[in-house]
Write a protein that binds this ligand. Structure first.
Ligand SMILES: Cc1cc2nc3c(=O)[nH]c(=O)nc-3n(C[C@H](O)[C@H](O)[C@H](O)COP(=O)(O)O)c2cc1C
Length: 345
């Protein structure tokens, strides 16, 4: 398995932390949970960030939020918090720091209506005074580095990211990540990598570029287009926890390695599966794992004859209704055999 990938160019620094490379696994609620984060680190991601944790719920000890903030097994634990109350966000940051977080990331980019109607996430792009109060409150509450993740702006008429990044720097934050879309775009269209350059030009703290990195060559390309100091990868890593490591190697100018072979991909999925059962318990773990199993089979089939023959769709249907973990694991084995056989045919 791959070791940590070190850059030949200066490593990214986040406050007092020096990362082994500048490729970061994005926070994705319901997806980048602790087993996925550990696996991404093992395969060479420079940093992983927890799923978004609602500040109030974390303070109340809500079990789902405590699970999301789980940091076991990663060398540097970054917890992302969301909310719109500066005091409560500061308190949530304190709780996360006390539980072992090494970085607090503030979510100012989530476009979901249930988040923005509570004036959190990307809604803060429309209320910069409140955004500033949050940045300062969180910064003041903890002694570990604080970072912020946001989008280009609310809509095309307001490219607020530059103002927000300046505020973040003035408030003592250590890094800003920009997803190259506006809130109103949600996930449609293409991320605008070049628009991120205005943010890079405006601040001296590290700027991370995010959006639509799905091939190893996209790593150098997004850095080139944006001038950013690092890359964050979300959906490109679904079913492929090794992908951020591959991008790190591409950026370091190393010969591009392929995805792990199918035996290794199978072993990775089984290890993740055990991790989900352990983290969530059997009933919830089986359900939580389903989407990942589908993505992993898609990744395994890739462009092979298995994908073309539509066999992954058939396996998905069969596996995703099973409730017994032993049956699911046996089915995963059979699906991988089938994919290997067709890939070789
Ligand atoms: C299912 C899903 C959940 C997400 N959850 C979060 C989250 O909890 N916090 C956050 O800042 N961004 C979240 N995002 C946004 C991603 O971190 C990332 O900014 C976005 O997907 C664009 O990057 P990509 O094109 O590499 O996926 C989520 C995205 C998806 C698709």
């Amino acid at each position: 398995m791959q070791e940590t990938v070190a850059f030949s160019i200066p490593a990214l620094r986040i406050g007092s932390h020096a990362l082994p490379n500048a490729v970061i696994l994005a926070p994705m609620a319901g997806i980048t949970d602790a087993p996925v984060r550990r696996m991404a680190v093992r395969y060479g991601a420079g940093l992983v960030i927890s799923e978004m944790v609602a500040s109030e719920a974390l303070l109340e000890g809500h079990p789902e939020m405590v699970l999301r903030a789980e940091g076991e097994g990663v060398p540097l634990h970054a917890v992302q918090i969301a909310g719109n109350d500066p005091y409560l966000m500061g308190e949530a940051a304190r709780v996360a720091e006390a539980a072992g977080a090494g970085i607090i990331d503030i979510n100012m980019g989530c476009p979901a209506k249930r988040v923005t109607t509570g004036a959190a996430g990307a809604a803060l792009l429309r209320d910069l005074p409140l955004a500033q109060a949050i940045l300062e409150a969180v910064r003041g509450a903890v002694s570990i580095p604080v970072t912020v993740k946001t989008r280009l702006g609310w809509d095309d008429t307001a490219s607020t990211a530059v103002d927000l990044a300046r505020m973040a720097q003035e408030s003592g934050l250590a890094m800003v990540t920009i997803h190259g879309r506006t809130r109103c775009q949600f996930y449609t269209g293409r991320a605008d990598w070049t628009a991120i350059r205005a943010v890079k030009d405006a601040v001296s703290i590290p700027v991370i570029a995010n959006g639509d990195v799905t091939a190893p060559s996209d790593g150098p390309a997004i850095l080139d287009a944006s001038g950013a100091d690092g890359v964050m990868i979300g959906r490109g890593a679904q079913g492929r926890p090794w992908f951020p490591g591959r991008v790190a190697r591409a950026i370091a100018g190393q010969h591009d390695t392929a995805d792990p072979d199918l035996d290794e991909q199978h072993a990775v999925l089984l290890e993740l599966y055990e991790g989900w059962l352990e983290l969530y318990g059997r009933a919830l773990g089986v359900r939580q794992a389903r989407k990942h199993v589908g993505w992993a089979l898609d990744a395994a089939a890739g462009g092979t004859g298995a994908a073309r023959a539509g066999i992954v769709a058939g396996w998905r249907k069969r596996l995703l209704v099973l409730e017994d973990p032993a049956q699911v694991k046996a089915g995963i084995g059979a699906a991988f055999d089938d994919i290997m056989w067709r890939a070789a045919a």
